[in-house]
Design a protein around this ligand. Structure first.
Ligand code: G3H
Ligand code: 13P
Ligand code: ZN
Length: 354
């Protein structure tokens, strides 16, 4: 028997615009605040972020990793984001690719409609092997040329984070060299620079509450001193609240003792040029704690809404708290979002630094 013919449905571009991440970060720099970049994989996480943004009147960055794009098959992600901008027109929201591993991945995200991409050339395309400075400059520059010609923002990374919990990363920490950072920004023309200051992805960042020996906030200050006009990005910025770890374990989880980045350290970073703060693990912990609680306390429940609703509410509360901590709360209505076409013209006329 012949296999049924499957017709590929072309992805239609969004009729309601997502906002340029560069504009969000420029506005944050003028206002002296940071903007959380929250990872998503499904509808409930997008809803949690958008509801928190509405409650706190925050501009926001929604980001998706390669894993998230595979999980949602791109199309579900895209249409969910379209729903988000339709339903929350008062919220400036940028859609960002987290840890693009090569130019092709970044280009496919731009083609899909992402308004910002990260070209993580600190690692080779396998997402594991630390790359040379020359390789990093070459791939990042290539993406900047393609992206800026379309008004799209580019984040680059210099130095590598520790930890390989989520399968991404070399497991080796290479702290960002401030001198090399200047050369990297000048050569690539990126909009935002992710720096390695001792954090890592996932729950197990530090063996105890971090001090200046392991969490190098002084490095942020030095890089900002040399690059005062570059938006800095802190990856691995979940705070791993002790009460969330305890809640997961109280309801049958088996998390080991875990410490994250304290809120005060992130706020110190924001005073020294950090504009984008990446948070994923904290959302995962909030969701898992809420779901485990329902399973333990209501073992007879089997309607997914019985546990997904509290999970979504727990993530929403967490994100709203972060929006307050980072200072983005209250800034949603500060400015008129520019179109990508306007951003393209600005890049072309060097009205924004490239
Ligand atoms: O890069 C780290 C983020 O937490 C995304 O994680 O690759 O498991 O989606 P993921
Ligand atoms: P966390 O694992 O600390 O949430 O970091 C997320 C991140 O950096 C995504 O790029
Ligand atoms: Zn990251």
């Amino acid at each position: 028997m012949l296999a049924p013919r499957v017709r590929a449905v072309p992805i239609t571009l969004c009729s309601v615009p997502l906002v340029s991440m560069r504009q969000l970060l420029d506005e944050a720099a003028s206002g002296g605040y940071g903007v959380g970049a929250f990872n998503v994989n499904n509808m409930e996480q997008i809803q949690a972020i958008m509801e928190a943004a509405r409650d706190t009147r925050s501009p926001v960055i929604v980001q998706a990793s390669r894993g998230a794009r595979a999980y949602t098959n791109d199309r579900f992600l895209w249409h969910l984001m379209q729903a988000a901008v339709e339903l929350y027109p008062e919220i400036p929201v940028a859609l960002h690719l987290d840890h693009g591993n090569d130019p092709a991945t970044c280009i496919s995200a731009i083609e899909l409609g992402f308004t910002s991409v990260m070209m993580d050339g600190s690692l080779e395309a396998d997402g594991k092997t630390p790359a040379s400075f020359e390789y990093n400059v070459a791939v990042t520059k290539e993406v900047v040329a393609y992206a800026h010609a379309r008004g799209v923002t580019v984040e680059g990374e210099l130095g590598t984070l520790g930890g390989i919990e989520d399968g991404h990363g070399s497991g080796e920490v290479h702290l960002t060299d401030p001198e090399q950072a200047v050369e990297f920004v000048e050569e690539t023309g990126i909009d935002a620079l992710a720096v390695a200051i001792g954090t890592s992805h996932g729950a197990y960042k530090f063996a105890q509450a971090p001090d200046g020996e392991v969490l190098k906030m002084d490095l942020i200050q030095e890089i900002h001193r040399r690059l005062p006009d570059t938006h800095l990005v802190m990856h691995g910025s979940s705070s791993v609240p002790q009460e969330l770890v305890a809640k997961v374990n109280q309801y049958g989880g088996a998390l080991k003792p875990a410490w994250g980045v304290p809120r005060e350290e992130i706020q110190l970073g924001i005073r020294h040029g950090v504009r984008k703060i990446n948070v994923d693990t904290d959302s995962r912990l909030a969701i898992t704690g809420a779901i485990r609680q329902v399973f333990v306390e209501t073992p007879e429940a089997f309607d997914p809404r019985d546990y997904l609703k509290p999970a979504r509410a727990a993530m929403q509360a967490l994100i709203a708290e972060r929006m307050g901590d980072f200072g983005q709360a209250g800034h949603a209505g500060d400015y008129e979002p520019l179109s990508l076409e306007e951003m393209r013209e600005r890049y072309a006329t060097a009205a924004v630094r490239t």
